[in-house]
Design a protein around this ligand. Structure first.
Ligand SMILES: C[S@@+](CC[C@H](N)C(=O)[O-])C[C@H]1O[C@@H](n2cnc3c(N)ncnc32)[C@H](O)[C@@H]1O
Length: 260
């Protein structure tokens, strides 16, 4: 993979400033899960990083078990430590996103979630992944993604780039001790809309929604979009069954706890 252990270290130093409204993105994923809080279910996370989203899912859904996968030794070590309080419900494993050997881990799971990882796959890789997930999810299952999306026009590129810089500035002012993170965000040219990087291959949102539909998801949509960061995905079934969804305010509270 092109992501290195140095990237893992840098990302951990930057993320609180560099990811726009990270708690809101995690809360959106939590509230979108097609699960009830008392339900027994299985979730897989792709590219789990330090395990914040995984910890939030395990907190919000106390009968869920989750397999958190990542290609970085450093990230897996962080995630393993973060998921330890959840005992056997949280497991961490290796991942080569570009490969297919791990697809078997998706068999029968109720949800696959991923945050800021799938843009490391090119178009063919994303389409293959969407198909693999659609074929393996349980009948009521969902694939829910938070990720960078590619702007389709120069105008949108400008808007995404400026929005991301503004989000980083704003977050550096509200999070104590984050002036250095903002400096590193700038000096490492982390904003790929301002400084395009051929290693990063986000795809346009509209195309991804189309690929999800073609892969077999029947209910497909974007649920949140800011500064070129989107939360989107697909459900295998048309309508929710079971109990009421998790309230967004509760999801946000749990996301904030998981990020601390
Ligand atoms: C930007 S970080 C996001 C981490 C976490 N999901 C989050 O939202 O904070 C990208 C993650 O994807 C993982 N990753 C990148 N390319 C990968 C690949 N080809 N195979 C497996 N993991 C990969 C990295 O190790 C890293 O943990």
């Amino acid at each position: 993979m092109s992501w290195t252990e140095a990237d893992s270290t840098l990302y951990q130093a930057l993320a609180a400033v560099a990811v726009p409204d990270r708690a809101e993105q995690i809360a959106t994923l939590l509230a979108l899960l097609p699960l009830s809080t008392g339900e027994t279910a299985r979730v897989v996370e792709l590219g789990c990083g330090e395990g914040h989203l995984a910890a939030a899912v395990l907190t919000a859904y106390p009968r869920v078990s989750l397999l958190a996968l990542d290609g970085s030794d450093e990230m897996r070590a962080q995630a393993t430590a973060r998921l330890r309080p959840f005992g056997g419900r949280g497991e961490v494993g290796g991942l080569d996103l570009q490969g297919t050997g791990w697809f078997a881990a998706l068999d029968g799971v109720d949800a696959v979630v991923s945050s800021l990882a799938l843009h490391h796959l090119d178009e063919a890789g994303k389409r293959q992944l969407f198909e693999a997930v659609a074929q393996r999810l349980s009948p009521g299952g969902a694939l829910l993604i938070a990720d960078l999306v590619e702007p389709k026009r120069a105008e949108a590129l400008t808007v995404f780039a400026a929005g991301w810089d503004a989000a980083a500035e704003r977050q550096s002012q509200t999070k104590p001790g984050s002036a250095e993170a903002l400096e590193r965000f700038k000096e490492t040219r982390w904003n790929i809309f301002a400084f395009p990087d051929p290693q990063e291959t986000p795809s346009p949102l509209f195309e991804q929604l189309t690929w999800l539909r073609e892969a077999g998801f029947s209910s497909v949509d974007c649920y949140w979009l800011r500064a070129g960061h989107a939360v989107y995905g697909g459900y295998r079934s048309r309508a929710r069954t079971g109990g009421p969804p998790l309230a967004f305010a509760e999801a946000l509270r749990m996301a904030e706890v998981a990020l601390n």
